[in-house]
Ligand binder design. Structure first.
Ligand code: NDP
Length: 257
């Protein structure tokens, strides 16, 4: 199957599109970056370390794609502004933004300290806001855009030990629906993907016992892969998804069915 064809055989042509993908150094962000690049998009990957991004950028270039890396902290609005300005200067337009960078700092609410709350909200929720505000202005000028925010089933259902994380991911859902309404008339769609349990560094740290228990609660009986999420992101990022906005799609093997 050609690289720009999805698993259903549909060709997604993103040639001439520039895509910012935050948290592109590993896990879901890396898979999304590779997928969008395989469809022809030029990828601007973001993470806190350029060295961390190198593997993703090289994999894209090895496959014949174009990619550039930007070091920055999504929780710092000045970093975000600089990155978006640099991408606009280099490529003139930004057609796709994937707000994927995220962290967890789990703990029960009664014992959660202020920093654990703030760090997670600032990275997962404010980071997406900073990027949408900066890149959204560029998209407005181009009268076209595809914004995809990576939420979580924890934001849909709640999850004990993740009050900060669930709040950030539920916040992203309200944020997505609101800015979808604000930007719709300018040809910009805004949607969210809510992954279930996906095998990445974020979930690798969990004990095997928990992973086995989670698997038993997933109707399709397997943990998800970053590529499962990239597939849904690719749909929302495609020009053909122009009539889909303000939607949240759970990619979770049926966990929330
Ligand atoms: P990983 O921990 O594997 O990767 C996180 C990525 O985010 C890395 O590239 C990291 O890069 C980047 N990142 C973290 N903080 C910042 C920051 N402040 N500024 C810039 N980049 C940052 O996570 P996953 O791939 O598992 O998760 C990706 C997204 O999917 C997250 O938003 C997560 O909440 C969400 N998700 C994941 C699920 C899962 O089961 N894995 C389930 C549901 C949602 P670096 O460290 O180099 O800065």
């Amino acid at each position: 199957m050609p690289a720009n064809t999805n698993s259903s055989g549909i060709v997604v042509d993103l040639k001439g599109h520039t895509a910012i993908v935050t948290g592109a150094s590993r896990g879901i962000g890396r898979a999304v970056a590779l997928r969008l690049a395989a469809c022809g998009a030029t990828v601007a990957g973001v993470s806190r370390s350029l060295a961390g991004l190198e593997g993703t950028l090289q994999a894209i270039r090895d496959a014949g794609g174009e990619a550039v890396g930007f070091e920055g902290d999504v929780a710092k609005s000045e970093d975000v502004r600089k990155i978006v300005d640099a991408v606009e200067e280099k490529y003139q337009k930004i057609q796709i933004l994937v707000n994927n960078a995220g962290i967890t700092r789990d703990g029960l609410m009664l014992r959660m300290d202020d920093d654990a709350w703030r760090d997670v909200i600032e990275t997962n929720l404010s980071g997406a806001f900073y990027f949408c505000r900066a890149a959204g202005a560029v998209m407005m000028r181009g009268r076209y855009g595809r914004i995809i925010n990576i939420s979580s089933v924890s934001g849909l259902m709640g999850n004990p030990g993740q009050a900060n994380y669930s709040a950030s991911k539920a916040g992203l859902i309200g944020f997505t629906k609101t800015i979808a309404r604000e930007l719709a008339s300018r040809g910009i769609t805004v949607n969210a993907v809510a992954p279930g349990f996906i095998t990445t560094d974020m979930t690798d740290v969990l004990p095997e016992k928990i992973k086995t228990e989670v698997k038993e609660r997933i109707p399709v009986r397997r943990l998800g892969t970053p590529e499962d999420i990239a597939e849904a992101v690719c749909f929302f990022a495609s020009p053909g998804a122009s009539y889909v906005t303000g939607q949240i799609i759970a990619v979770d093997g049926g966990m929330t069915a």
